[in-house]
Design a binder for this molecule. Structure first.
Ligand code: PMP
Length: 441
């Protein structure tokens, strides 16, 4: 009997034995194309020796030094590199162990910033429906995914959720994409005014929504308007790029495509590329200065902050992304993957939308293409698709509809940046066979 507490207690997963580029191999020798990079993690594939050598060298040099006593060279170098390429105004990097720690840290930093600034009345966070920001209590409270929140609702913080920017589902008939984006952004101003204009500390959103919606970018103009509203009311803009950042969309930071400047930016997943658990919260010089000029201490922290081996891995990963021309490759391969998906599934009667940016793609499954009505979540189509794809040798990330009647089941694809054009059929063919079994046309 296994003593591991697994993710699903009713399913016995195969045992992963090794990795080979874009493939994972189980102990029976079966190969799986890693079409979702785990959960948008393994951006360099599974056998990147630059990264493994960097981690080994760091382990030999120094495994751990607690941040209440020391900084370390890989942490300093990685912070320098991230800031060098970061959006305007971002000056400091706070390293954590993953995405939830990054968003949780962001919420607490926003709060402490206003306390330090003498505005303790600012305590409200506004986030969006159908979003995911992590599983710890603060991060889960910020997330607007009904299914994930349901049983924990009595424990959650009081956080407002406005509508997401979700063109496929929420844009009205005859409305332009731009007008829709302005209407969606207006909800932020309305909510700030409802809560009291000097009581809101921050707005949190994913530039390209991942797990809950399937690679949904905002429409043009949305984030420009969001930034204007934040500036008007002195509200901080927190962008959660845990899933869509670190090159996934063809930009090191996903918000570059939206031309928006965050005050706080969260990254994880692709930063360690699976070689080490690491995340980071980046913040503006202004926020840092408020802490520096105030108590001089961010009242937060975890034992493994800025772990030397994790930051050494992150440094090797970011150097690889930038140094090997992977951002251009992601853009190019992303367009080819999109074209292949549209060619294969574009006319499928139950595929409503195929979208995304770079190698971050979503396929939305609908019962009816005309009305965009989703299938009944009770059918569990996403789970069945995931299982069928896996049996066919493709690891991908189908997610269930969110039970608010708006989002249907979708499949999220986030393959490694190193995938080749010749490997596109390793995604399309298993997916085609799985779709034929679960959602026949
Ligand atoms: N934010 C976003 C946008 C995510 O997609 C995730 C993970 N799926 C998280 C936060 C939480 O990250 P982690 O699982 O590393 O805690």
């Amino acid at each position: 009997m296994s003593h591991v507490f697994p993710r699903h207690t009713k399913i016995s997963p195969p045992m992963a034995a090794s990795g080979d580029g874009c493939y994972l191999i189980d102990t029976n020798g079966k190969r799986y194309f890693d079409g979702s990079g785990g959960a948008a993690v393994s951006c360099l594939g599974h056998s990147d020796t630059d990264v493994t050598e960097a981690v080994k060298a760091q382990l030999d040099q120094l495994a751990f030094a607690h941040t209440s006593f020391f900084t370390s060279q890989p942490a300093e170098d990685l912070a320098d590199l991230l800031v060098e390429h970061a959006p305007e105004g971002i000056e400091r990097v706070y390293f954590v162990s993953g995405g939830s720690e990054a968003t949780e840290s962001a919420i607490k930093l926003a709060r402490q910033y206003f306390v330090e600034k003498g505005q303790p009345q600012r305590r409200h966070l506004i986030a969006r429906k159908q979003s995911y920001h992590g599983n710890t209590i603060g991060a889960l409270s910020a997330g607007g995914n009904a299914w994930r929140r349901e049983q924990f609702a009595p424990l959650l913080l009081d956080i407002s959720h406005i509508a997401p920017c979700y063109e496929y589902v929420l844009k009205a008939e005859g409305e332009s994409a731009y007008d829709y984006g302005q209407r969606a952004a207006q909800e932020l101003e309305d909510e700030i005014l409802r809560l009291g204009e000097d009581s809101v500390m921050a707005f949190m959103a994913e530039p390209v929504v991942g797990a809950t919606s399937g690679a949904v970018p905002a429409v043009e103009g949305y984030y420009k308007r969001i930034r204007e509203i934040c500036d008007k009311y002195g509200v901080l803009l927190i962008l959660d790029e845990v899933m869509c950042g670190m090159g996934r969309t063809g930009h090191l930071y996903a918000c570059e495509a939206d031309n928006v400047r965050p005050d706080i930016l969260c990254i994880a997943k692709g930063l360690g590329a699976g070689y080490q658990p690491i995340g980071a919260m980046l913040c503006s010089g202004e926020i840092y200065k408020a802490i520096e000029d105030g108590t001089g201490f961010f009242q937060h922290g975890h034992t493994y902050l800025a772990h030397p081996c994790a930051t050494a891995a992150g440094l090797a990963v970011v150097k690889a992304i930038l140094g090997r021309g992977l951002l251009d490759r992601v853009k190019d391969m992303g367009e080819k993957l999109q074209a292949a998906l549209v060619a294969e599934f574009g006319q499928h009667p139950h595929v409503g939308d195929i979208r995304g940016r770079g190698l971050f793609r979503g396929i939305e499954i609908v019962k009816d293409r005309e009305t965009k009505e989703p299938f009944d979540p009770a059918l569990g189509l996403a789970g069945k698709l995931k299982k069928a794809c896996f049996a066919e040798g493709l690891a991908c990330y189908p997610m269930a509809g969110t039970r608010d009647g708006k989002t249907g089941d979708h499949i999220l694809l986030a393959p490694p940046y190193i995938m080749t054009e010749e490997q596109i059929p390793d995604i399309i063919e298993p997916l085609k066979r799985a779709m034929a079994q679960i959602i026949p046309s």
